[in-house]
Design a protein around this ligand. Structure first.
Ligand SMILES: NC(=O)C1=CN([C@@H]2O[C@H](COP(=O)(O)OP(=O)(O)OC[C@H]3O[C@@H](n4cnc5c(N)ncnc54)[C@H](OP(=O)(O)O)[C@@H]3O)[C@@H](O)[C@H]2O)[C@@H](O)CC1
Ligand SMILES: Nc1ncnc2c1ncn2[C@@H]1O[C@H](COP(=O)(O)OP(=O)(O)O)[C@@H](O)[C@H]1O
Ligand SMILES: [K+]
Length: 479
């Protein structure tokens, strides 16, 4: 599990550790790790042009001391002093090692820029001259290494309020920061590397956490000699309509490929014909009226992909949500519950799977605000609605009250195509039916779906059916 923390949590832990160590020890550990990562990225240090952007705080100090180490290995190191103050001891050491002070134009000829403008001590949007420098770095020719956090990204939330550095590599000190995992900050982070400065024993419970392949392996139910189709999880899928037959096909496909013991599909004549044609394995009930009579037992429901939002869909949603098993509420069903909040009043678990627009509608907040503050809005929705929230996007979040928010780090931008959310709903529905909690089912499904998206795309466009087809390969790749 990759765990991450807010700036306050890190600062408290650092103070406890610092009290036991001689002054300056942590910064030297940070600088040593940073210099080694910079050298690794450069390949050849000797003769390379390294430009340090030094802000007024300790983030600048880290950059300056890393510059000292690179200068000693033969790099031509220049420091752009951007703040009203500078870490004096760091600057003196850099000068001793042969480093020089330069103007902002040095950025335009750098092989490598080390962004030490601000770290966890930053507040609000980058002020000048930092903001202009950040833009210059992003347009410049050099590789960009962010110290601790890309400047302009809020370390605690991932918010980006104005200009921000876009790093190829972020070298973070002591422990990962929440803002490096959550968009939009995650999109500025590049590759992420952690320098161990000895903080581990002083860290509290994490603010957010990202599953690794090993975690997913441990959580995924696997069949054994005792298994039969009922015990492996029967998932009900209420999806599709005359207009949207494909959503039903994709959700059923996601569920089957994720290892359902059985999929019970319920829908009207048109989607039923499509599901039957694509998935002979599905057990189908054709509905003439919105009723679940005679459908048979399921251990969880997936409700909503392509279902429509008319009276039929509303009544069917009411029936599904009146059941006593976990329900995943997606797509059109999210529209239904945003109109009729009473639908969500039930005692069995609910996992909702909105994208930013759907969460905005559900919580009556403008979409831009949800996108700018994804973590905050996912958390708030989980608390206010009393459900588990899986907020889709480039980095999907799974929020549940009093648990660290799970951040998904697998995926591919090629997944941004119609219907991939329907596959995700099917995958998560199976995991719910197999007995995983909403929190684990949502985060494991996001992980597998992202992995499958990467395998299906492999650097080129995918069609949504490919994502479902790649789910078994994603599961196989875990071991
Ligand atoms: N503590 C430790 O043990 C260790 C800490 N370590 C390192 O220290 C870093 C934290 O250092 P820090 O606390 O000095 O804060 P930091 O991020 O450098 O910047 C603060 C200054 O920036 C300014 N400023 C603020 N907002 C701004 C804005 N929007 N736009 C522009 N300027 C802004 C403001 O300065 P002022 O405006 O007052 O001039 C403020 O004083 C941490 O990220 C890690 O890299 C590691 O070495 C490991 C050991
Ligand atoms: N830029 C992106 N990078 C990675 N994954 C993305 C990106 N945009 C969307 N996705 C993923 O693609 C899926 C889209 O789902 P959704 O928005 O419900 O679309 P649809 O309703 O068409 O199925 C989600 O799993 C989401 O996390
Ligand atoms: K920085």
């Amino acid at each position: 599990m990759l765990t991450a923390y807010t700036a306050d949590q890190i600062r408290t832990a650092e103070q406890a550790l610092m009290a036991r160590l001689p002054e300056g020890t942590l910064m030297q550990r940070a600088a040593a790790g940073l210099a080694a990562r910079c050298a690794g990225l450069l390949g050849r240090v000797y003769g390379s042009r390294v430009v340090l952007l030094a802000g007024s705080g300790d983030n600048g100090g880290d950059a300056l001391y890393a510059g000292v180490r690179l200068a000693r290995r033969g790099a031509r190191v220049e420091a752009v002093l951007a703040g009203s103050r500078v870490h004096e001891a760091g600057l003196a050491a850099l000068k001793l090692a042969g480093g020089r002070i330069a103007g902002p134009e040095a950025v335009d000829r750098a092989d490598l820029v080390v962004d030490g403008l601000v770290g966890i001590g930053a507040s609000g949007a980058l002020r000048e001259p930092y903001a202009t420098l950040a833009g210059r770095v992003n347009r410049g020719p050099g590789l960009v290494v962010a110290v601790d956090v890309p400047s302009g990204v809020d370390a605690s939330t991932g918010r980006v309020a104005g200009a921000a550095v876009r790093a190829h590599l972020t070298v973070t000190m002591g422990a990962c920061k929440t803002g490096l995992l959550v968009d939009p900050g995650a999109g500025h982070t590049g590759r992420l590397e952690l320098v161990d400065i000895g903080l581990g024993a002083f860290l509290p419970d994490p603010d957010v956490a990202a599953l690794t392949g090993g975690d997913v392996t441990d959580l995924l139910p696997m069949p054994d000699a005792e298994s039969d189709k009922y015990r492996r999880g029967v998932v009900g899928i209420a999806a599709g309509s005359q207009e949207y037959t494909g959503a039903a096909v994709l959700a059923v496909g996601g569920a089957l490929r994720a290892g359902a013991g059985m999929v019970r599909y319920v829908g009207t004549a048109e989607p039923v014909a499509q599901v039957r044609a694509h998935w002979p394995e599905a057990v189908i009930t054709q509905l003439d009226r919105p009723s679940l009579d005679g459908v048979g037992r399921v251990q969880a429901w997936v409700l909503g992909p392509g279902l429509g939002t008319g009276d039929f869909a509303h009544e069917l949603a009411g029936k599904v949500l009146a059941s006593d098993v976990p329900v995943l509420v997606d797509a059109d069903a999210l529209t239904l519950v945003s109109r009729d909040a009473a639908l969500l009043r039930r005692s069995a678990p609910v996992l909702i799977t909105p994208h930013a627009g759907e969460l905005a509608r559900l919580t009556r907040v403008p979409r831009e605000r949800v996108e700018a503050g994804r973590l905050e809005h996912a958390r708030r929705a989980a608390a206010e609605l009393g459900v588990t929230v899986l907020l889709k996007g480039a980095t999907t979040l799974v929020a549940e009250e009093e648990r660290p928010v799970r951040v998904n780090r697998t995926g591919s931008s090629w997944l941004a195509t119609a219907g991939t959310g329907d596959v995700l709903a099917g995958v998560a529905g199976v995991l719910l039916a197999q007995g995983l909690s909403c929190y684990d089912a949502g985060s494991c499904a996001a992980y597998l779906h992202g992995l499958a998206g990467g395998l299906a795309a492999d650097g080129a466009p995918l069609v949504t059916a490919d994502v479902a087809a790649a789910i078994p390969a994603a599961i196989r790749s875990l071991s």
